[in-house]
Design a binder for this molecule. Sequence first.
Ligand code: ATR
Length: 279
Amino acid sequence: MKKLYAVIGDPIGHSMSPVMHNDLFSYYQIDGHYMPFLVKAEQLEDAVRGLKAIGIGGFNVTVPHKSGIIPFLDGVDELAADIGAVNTVVNEDGKLIGYNTDGPGFLQGLMNELPSIEGKNILVIGAGGAARAIYFTLAKERAVEIDIANRTVSKAESLIDDCPYQSSSIALSLEDAGKNMEKYDLIVQTTMIGMAPKTMECPLDLSVIKHQALVCDIIYNPLQTKFLQEAEHKGARIQNGIEMFVYQGALAFEKWTGIFPDVKRMRNMVLKQLGGSTC
Ligand code: ATR
């Protein structure tokens, strides 16, 4: 019998996950189907119960339910529990178990450009949910020098205090981080600043930057944010948010099917949906 997979969130109409995963199901000849479901916060518990009752194979969880879903699951893995957010649920013998593939997805995408983060000076810009997943994952991976810059510095301080993995980190304002950019080998922009339609916005001034630093932005619409354009202009290597999106999906697909899928195929599928050129 065909297995059902899903993504739940609010809003959900824009999600590129259904096209990406349905393409993989047909490519690997797996009898599965992936559907988006709009779920309001007040219906989350009922929705999770319903998905469990119909024997769902697994599902993704997106904004605003990544934290709220945790009490309704049968279990949560260690990293997801530490981050306090679940983006992937797997039906394991009738039990719904939550995972976080956002942070690990970012890390895998990063590895294509930067095979080792050991000894690197890292700056994370932002202190919201995405920053939390990335910061904890990098710290768990033993990246020790990870500073966090945020508009509200106290939120960056809380993120550092909350992190259960050893790291030497300082919290900075965006202005202070902007003055010390030449210190960093890797800069990860995790806020929504510069996302369409406000594509002219930039989180901080990139006047000086280390030559050959790697600058990542988790935004993929536009494919090159103003921040990435400026970084490239200053001689940095850049990576857009397609990588994190595709790898979080690849890791979810692997958890559901046991197959680590063809990431190049997924990337092309996403680029096609975004109207960009494929590679
Ligand atoms: P997400 O879960 O997608 O990471 P979030 O939790 O709402 O989203 O976090 C948004 C991040 O973007 C925060 O770091 C936020 O800064 P504050 O903590 O000061 O709110 C940052 N952010 C959003 N809009 C911003 C803006 N206009 N200027 C600077 N930072 C902004």
